[in-house]
Write a protein that binds this ligand. Sequence first.
Ligand SMILES: Nc1ncnc2c1ncn2[C@@H]1O[C@H](COP(=O)(O)OP(=O)(O)OP(=O)(O)O)[C@@H](O)[C@H]1O
Length: 316
Amino acid sequence: MPAIQVNHLGKSYGRFQAVNDISFEVEAGTVFALLGRNGAGKTTTIELLTGFQKPDTGTVRVLRLDPIRDRAQVRGNVGIMLQEAGFFPELTAGHTVEIWRDFTPAARPASEALELAGLTAKEKTKVRQLSGGEKRRLDLALALLGRPDGLFLDEPTTGMDPEARRNIWQVVRDLAARGTTVLLTTHYLEEAQQLATKLAIMDRGEIVIGGDMAETLAARVGRVSFELPSVIRPGELPLPATVRGSLAVVQAADPDLAAQTLLSWASERGLRLRRLEARTASLEDLFLELAQSYEIPQNDVSAGSDRPGRSGDARA
Ligand SMILES: Nc1ncnc2c1ncn2[C@@H]1O[C@H](COP(=O)(O)OP(=O)(O)OP(=O)(O)O)[C@@H](O)[C@H]1O
Protein backbone atom coordinates (compact mmCIF):
# COMPACT_ATOMS: atom_id res chain seq x y z
CA MET A 1 0.00 0.00 0.00
CA PRO A 2 1.38 3.46 -0.91
CA ALA A 3 2.66 5.57 1.98
CA ILE A 4 0.98 8.68 0.57
CA GLN A 5 -2.31 8.68 -1.34
CA VAL A 6 -3.84 11.82 -2.77
CA ASN A 7 -7.21 11.63 -4.49
CA HIS A 8 -8.90 14.53 -6.27
CA LEU A 9 -7.47 17.00 -3.79
CA GLY A 10 -8.63 20.59 -4.07
CA LYS A 11 -8.10 23.80 -2.11
CA SER A 12 -9.20 27.39 -2.77
CA TYR A 13 -8.26 30.61 -1.08
CA GLY A 14 -11.44 32.61 -1.53
CA ARG A 15 -12.15 32.37 -5.26
CA PHE A 16 -8.57 31.44 -6.10
CA GLN A 17 -8.10 27.72 -6.76
CA ALA A 18 -4.60 26.99 -5.43
CA VAL A 19 -4.84 23.19 -5.77
CA ASN A 20 -7.21 21.83 -8.38
CA ASP A 21 -8.26 18.18 -8.37
CA ILE A 22 -4.85 16.54 -8.07
CA SER A 23 -4.21 12.82 -7.52
CA PHE A 24 -0.98 10.91 -6.98
CA GLU A 25 0.59 8.18 -4.87
CA VAL A 26 4.00 7.76 -3.27
CA GLU A 27 5.34 4.28 -2.53
CA ALA A 28 6.98 3.72 0.85
CA GLY A 29 10.74 4.21 0.84
CA THR A 30 10.78 6.28 -2.35
CA VAL A 31 11.44 9.94 -3.12
CA PHE A 32 8.72 11.90 -4.94
CA ALA A 33 9.38 15.34 -6.42
CA LEU A 34 6.64 17.94 -6.63
CA LEU A 35 7.75 20.57 -9.12
CA GLY A 36 6.39 23.71 -10.70
CA ARG A 37 6.96 27.41 -11.00
CA ASN A 38 6.35 29.87 -8.16
CA GLY A 39 2.75 29.80 -7.03
CA ALA A 40 1.94 26.50 -8.77
CA GLY A 41 0.47 25.04 -5.57
CA LYS A 42 3.31 22.90 -4.21
CA THR A 43 3.49 24.32 -0.70
CA THR A 44 -0.28 24.31 -0.40
CA THR A 45 -0.20 20.61 -1.34
CA ILE A 46 2.38 19.87 1.34
CA GLU A 47 0.32 21.84 3.84
CA LEU A 48 -2.74 19.75 2.92
CA LEU A 49 -0.74 16.54 3.30
CA THR A 50 0.57 17.49 6.72
CA GLY A 51 -2.66 18.83 8.21
CA PHE A 52 -1.74 22.52 8.18
CA GLN A 53 -4.62 23.11 5.77
CA LYS A 54 -7.98 21.42 5.40
CA PRO A 55 -8.90 20.25 1.88
CA ASP A 56 -12.06 21.60 0.24
CA THR A 57 -12.39 18.46 -1.86
CA GLY A 58 -10.79 15.05 -2.14
CA THR A 59 -8.96 12.82 0.27
CA VAL A 60 -5.43 12.49 1.59
CA ARG A 61 -3.88 9.55 3.39
CA VAL A 62 -0.41 9.76 4.86
CA LEU A 63 0.86 6.50 6.35
CA ARG A 64 -2.79 5.37 6.15
CA LEU A 65 -3.86 8.28 8.35
CA ASP A 66 -6.00 11.32 7.65
CA PRO A 67 -3.84 14.40 8.33
CA ILE A 68 -6.80 16.36 9.69
CA ARG A 69 -8.63 13.67 11.67
CA ASP A 70 -5.46 11.91 12.88
CA ARG A 71 -3.37 15.06 13.05
CA ALA A 72 -1.40 14.16 16.18
CA GLN A 73 -0.49 10.70 14.89
CA VAL A 74 0.53 12.04 11.50
CA ARG A 75 2.66 14.75 13.09
CA GLY A 76 4.28 12.13 15.31
CA ASN A 77 5.26 10.01 12.32
CA VAL A 78 6.38 12.58 9.81
CA GLY A 79 9.18 15.13 9.67
CA ILE A 80 8.25 18.43 8.08
CA MET A 81 10.57 21.07 6.69
CA LEU A 82 8.53 23.98 5.44
CA GLN A 83 9.95 27.06 3.82
CA GLU A 84 9.82 29.31 6.84
CA ALA A 85 10.77 27.97 10.20
CA GLY A 86 10.25 29.94 13.36
CA PHE A 87 13.50 29.85 15.30
CA PHE A 88 14.51 31.87 18.34
CA PRO A 89 17.43 33.95 17.06
CA GLU A 90 19.26 34.11 20.38
CA LEU A 91 19.38 30.33 20.95
CA THR A 92 22.27 28.27 19.66
CA ALA A 93 21.65 25.60 17.02
CA GLY A 94 22.35 22.88 19.60
CA HIS A 95 20.00 24.43 22.16
CA THR A 96 17.26 24.74 19.52
CA VAL A 97 17.49 21.03 18.77
CA GLU A 98 17.54 20.17 22.50
CA ILE A 99 14.36 22.18 23.11
CA TRP A 100 12.67 20.54 20.15
CA ARG A 101 13.63 17.12 21.53
CA ASP A 102 11.45 17.76 24.57
CA PHE A 103 8.40 17.83 22.29
CA THR A 104 9.45 14.87 20.16
CA PRO A 105 8.66 11.31 21.23
CA ALA A 106 11.50 8.78 20.76
CA ALA A 107 13.78 11.54 19.53
CA ARG A 108 17.29 10.96 18.25
CA PRO A 109 20.12 12.43 20.33
CA ALA A 110 20.56 16.12 19.38
CA SER A 111 24.13 15.45 18.24
CA GLU A 112 22.92 12.77 15.81
CA ALA A 113 20.28 15.06 14.28
CA LEU A 114 22.85 17.85 13.91
CA GLU A 115 25.33 15.46 12.33
CA LEU A 116 22.79 14.10 9.85
CA ALA A 117 22.05 17.64 8.75
CA GLY A 118 25.77 18.49 8.55
CA LEU A 119 25.55 21.09 11.28
CA THR A 120 27.81 19.68 14.01
CA ALA A 121 30.35 22.48 13.61
CA LYS A 122 27.66 25.10 14.27
CA GLU A 123 26.22 23.52 17.41
CA LYS A 124 27.28 26.47 19.58
CA THR A 125 26.44 29.18 17.06
CA LYS A 126 23.42 31.38 17.66
CA VAL A 127 20.61 30.98 15.15
CA ARG A 128 20.83 34.64 14.16
CA GLN A 129 24.45 34.06 13.14
CA LEU A 130 23.67 31.07 10.92
CA SER A 131 23.70 31.55 7.15
CA GLY A 132 20.55 30.93 5.13
CA GLY A 133 21.74 27.48 4.08
CA GLU A 134 22.69 26.62 7.67
CA LYS A 135 19.22 27.60 8.87
CA ARG A 136 17.79 25.18 6.30
CA ARG A 137 20.06 22.49 7.74
CA LEU A 138 18.88 23.29 11.26
CA ASP A 139 15.35 22.89 10.00
CA LEU A 140 16.29 19.53 8.51
CA ALA A 141 17.84 18.45 11.82
CA LEU A 142 14.51 19.20 13.53
CA ALA A 143 12.56 17.36 10.85
CA LEU A 144 14.75 14.28 11.37
CA LEU A 145 14.62 14.31 15.17
CA GLY A 146 11.67 11.96 15.54
CA ARG A 147 13.05 9.28 13.14
CA PRO A 148 10.06 9.92 10.87
CA ASP A 149 8.58 7.35 8.47
CA GLY A 150 7.54 10.18 6.16
CA LEU A 151 9.52 13.29 5.36
CA PHE A 152 8.09 16.42 3.71
CA LEU A 153 10.77 18.76 2.45
CA ASP A 154 9.73 22.09 0.95
CA GLU A 155 12.70 23.45 -0.99
CA PRO A 156 15.16 21.84 1.40
CA THR A 157 18.40 23.03 -0.17
CA THR A 158 17.53 26.61 -1.08
CA GLY A 159 20.47 28.84 -0.17
CA MET A 160 22.92 25.97 0.22
CA ASP A 161 26.24 25.85 -1.57
CA PRO A 162 26.74 22.98 -4.04
CA GLU A 163 28.70 20.82 -1.57
CA ALA A 164 26.14 21.21 1.20
CA ARG A 165 23.39 20.45 -1.30
CA ARG A 166 25.09 17.20 -2.34
CA ASN A 167 25.54 16.23 1.30
CA ILE A 168 21.83 16.72 1.91
CA TRP A 169 21.06 14.63 -1.19
CA GLN A 170 23.08 11.81 0.31
CA VAL A 171 21.17 12.11 3.60
CA VAL A 172 17.88 11.93 1.71
CA ARG A 173 19.07 8.91 -0.32
CA ASP A 174 20.22 7.10 2.84
CA LEU A 175 16.91 7.78 4.58
CA ALA A 176 14.91 6.51 1.62
CA ALA A 177 17.12 3.42 1.41
CA ARG A 178 16.20 2.71 5.02
CA GLY A 179 12.49 2.98 4.24
CA THR A 180 11.63 6.64 4.80
CA THR A 181 9.13 8.03 2.29
CA VAL A 182 10.17 11.46 1.08
CA LEU A 183 8.10 14.09 -0.71
CA LEU A 184 10.09 17.12 -1.74
CA THR A 185 9.55 20.32 -3.66
CA THR A 186 12.45 22.03 -5.33
CA HIS A 187 13.31 24.57 -7.99
CA TYR A 188 16.64 22.84 -8.54
CA LEU A 189 15.74 20.45 -11.31
CA GLU A 190 18.98 18.52 -11.00
CA GLU A 191 18.04 17.86 -7.39
CA ALA A 192 14.73 16.33 -8.44
CA GLN A 193 16.41 14.31 -11.15
CA GLN A 194 19.09 13.05 -8.76
CA LEU A 195 16.76 12.06 -5.95
CA ALA A 196 13.27 11.26 -7.13
CA THR A 197 11.96 8.18 -8.88
CA LYS A 198 8.56 9.78 -9.47
CA LEU A 199 7.49 13.33 -10.11
CA ALA A 200 4.54 15.60 -10.59
CA ILE A 201 4.85 18.98 -12.26
CA MET A 202 2.15 21.39 -11.13
CA ASP A 203 0.93 24.44 -12.93
CA ARG A 204 -1.88 26.68 -11.67
CA GLY A 205 -2.91 24.09 -9.12
CA GLU A 206 -3.06 21.18 -11.53
CA ILE A 207 -0.67 18.34 -12.26
CA VAL A 208 0.33 18.84 -15.89
CA ILE A 209 2.95 16.08 -16.06
CA GLY A 210 3.28 13.20 -13.67
CA GLY A 211 4.70 9.73 -13.37
CA ASP A 212 7.94 7.84 -13.37
CA MET A 213 11.03 10.09 -13.64
CA ALA A 214 13.03 7.79 -15.94
CA GLU A 215 10.06 7.14 -18.24
CA THR A 216 9.13 10.80 -18.36
CA LEU A 217 12.65 11.75 -19.40
CA ALA A 218 13.05 8.81 -21.79
CA ALA A 219 9.99 10.03 -23.66
CA ARG A 220 11.69 13.37 -24.38
CA VAL A 221 14.28 13.97 -27.02
CA GLY A 222 17.88 14.92 -26.33
CA ARG A 223 19.93 17.38 -28.34
CA VAL A 224 23.29 17.83 -29.97
CA SER A 225 24.64 21.34 -30.44
CA PHE A 226 27.74 22.58 -32.25
CA GLU A 227 29.11 25.57 -34.06
CA LEU A 228 28.05 25.45 -37.69
CA PRO A 229 31.24 25.52 -39.83
CA SER A 230 31.22 28.77 -41.81
CA VAL A 231 31.51 26.89 -45.14
CA ILE A 232 28.40 24.80 -44.46
CA ARG A 233 24.76 25.76 -44.96
CA PRO A 234 22.23 24.13 -42.56
CA GLY A 235 20.63 22.20 -45.43
CA GLU A 236 23.92 20.41 -46.07
CA LEU A 237 24.06 18.80 -42.62
CA PRO A 238 23.31 15.04 -42.47
CA LEU A 239 20.58 15.62 -39.84
CA PRO A 240 17.88 18.31 -39.63
CA ALA A 241 19.06 21.18 -37.46
CA THR A 242 17.85 24.53 -36.26
CA VAL A 243 20.44 27.29 -36.36
CA ARG A 244 20.54 30.26 -34.02
CA GLY A 245 23.42 32.62 -34.69
CA SER A 246 26.34 30.30 -35.36
CA LEU A 247 25.00 27.47 -33.15
CA ALA A 248 23.29 24.49 -34.77
CA VAL A 249 21.01 22.27 -32.67
CA VAL A 250 19.92 18.78 -33.69
CA GLN A 251 17.14 17.12 -31.71
CA ALA A 252 17.55 13.36 -31.37
CA ALA A 253 16.14 10.50 -29.32
CA ASP A 254 19.70 9.10 -29.13
CA PRO A 255 22.00 12.15 -28.93
CA ASP A 256 25.21 10.04 -28.78
CA LEU A 257 24.34 8.35 -32.06
CA ALA A 258 23.47 11.70 -33.64
CA ALA A 259 26.82 13.11 -32.46
CA GLN A 260 28.66 10.16 -34.04
CA THR A 261 26.80 10.66 -37.32
CA LEU A 262 27.71 14.36 -37.32
CA LEU A 263 31.37 13.70 -36.43
CA SER A 264 31.92 11.13 -39.18
CA TRP A 265 30.16 13.40 -41.66
CA ALA A 266 32.47 16.26 -40.61
CA SER A 267 35.62 14.15 -40.68
CA GLU A 268 34.84 12.94 -44.22
CA ARG A 269 34.86 16.60 -45.24
CA GLY A 270 37.90 17.56 -43.18
CA LEU A 271 35.76 19.84 -41.00
CA ARG A 272 35.88 20.37 -37.23
CA LEU A 273 32.67 20.69 -35.22
CA ARG A 274 33.59 23.15 -32.50
CA ARG A 275 31.69 23.37 -29.17
CA LEU A 276 30.08 19.98 -29.85
CA GLU A 277 27.80 18.93 -26.98
CA ALA A 278 25.44 15.95 -26.79
CA ARG A 279 22.84 15.95 -24.03
CA THR A 280 20.17 13.48 -23.12
CA ALA A 281 16.86 15.05 -22.15
CA SER A 282 16.84 16.62 -18.72
CA LEU A 283 14.09 17.92 -16.50
CA GLU A 284 15.32 21.36 -17.40
CA ASP A 285 14.53 20.71 -21.08
CA LEU A 286 11.11 19.50 -20.05
CA PHE A 287 10.55 22.65 -18.01
CA LEU A 288 11.67 24.86 -20.84
CA GLU A 289 9.27 23.08 -23.19
CA LEU A 290 6.48 23.60 -20.67
CA ALA A 291 7.57 27.19 -20.18
CA GLN A 292 7.07 27.79 -23.88
CA SER A 293 3.66 26.16 -23.95
CA TYR A 294 2.49 27.89 -20.75
CA GLU A 295 4.53 31.05 -21.26
CA ILE A 296 6.28 30.55 -17.93
CA PRO A 297 8.83 33.28 -17.28
CA GLN A 298 12.06 31.30 -17.60
CA ASN A 299 13.77 32.76 -14.56
CA ASP A 300 11.07 31.10 -12.46
CA VAL A 301 12.02 27.56 -13.25
CA SER A 302 15.63 27.17 -12.27
CA ALA A 303 16.34 29.50 -9.40
CA GLY A 304 15.49 29.00 -5.76
CA SER A 305 12.63 31.05 -4.41
CA ASP A 306 12.07 32.70 -1.11
CA ARG A 307 8.39 33.21 -0.58
CA PRO A 308 7.88 36.89 0.02
CA GLY A 309 4.52 37.79 1.42
CA ARG A 310 3.89 34.76 3.56
CA SER A 311 4.81 34.90 7.19
CA GLY A 312 4.32 33.01 10.38
CA ASP A 313 5.81 30.02 12.09
CA ALA A 314 5.27 27.07 9.80
CA ARG A 315 5.52 24.70 12.74
CA ALA A 316 2.73 26.31 14.77
N1 LIG B 1 -3.03 31.76 2.73
C1 LIG B 1 -3.18 32.10 1.46
N2 LIG B 1 -4.13 32.97 1.08
C2 LIG B 1 -4.31 33.32 -0.20
N3 LIG B 1 -3.58 32.84 -1.23
C3 LIG B 1 -2.61 31.98 -0.92
C4 LIG B 1 -2.35 31.57 0.43
N4 LIG B 1 -1.34 30.69 0.42
C5 LIG B 1 -0.97 30.57 -0.88
N5 LIG B 1 -1.73 31.33 -1.67
C6 LIG B 1 -1.63 31.42 -3.14
O1 LIG B 1 -1.83 30.12 -3.69
C7 LIG B 1 -0.96 29.91 -4.79
C8 LIG B 1 -0.16 28.66 -4.57
O2 LIG B 1 0.77 28.91 -3.55
P1 LIG B 1 1.83 27.84 -3.08
O3 LIG B 1 2.55 28.44 -1.94
O4 LIG B 1 1.17 26.55 -2.86
O5 LIG B 1 2.77 27.75 -4.38
P2 LIG B 1 4.18 27.05 -4.57
O6 LIG B 1 4.04 26.19 -5.76
O7 LIG B 1 4.63 26.43 -3.30
O8 LIG B 1 5.11 28.30 -4.91
P3 LIG B 1 6.69 28.58 -4.58
O9 LIG B 1 7.47 27.80 -5.57
O10 LIG B 1 6.80 30.06 -4.83
O11 LIG B 1 6.94 28.22 -3.18
C9 LIG B 1 -0.13 31.18 -4.93
O12 LIG B 1 -0.68 31.97 -5.95
C10 LIG B 1 -0.25 31.84 -3.58
O13 LIG B 1 -0.13 33.24 -3.69
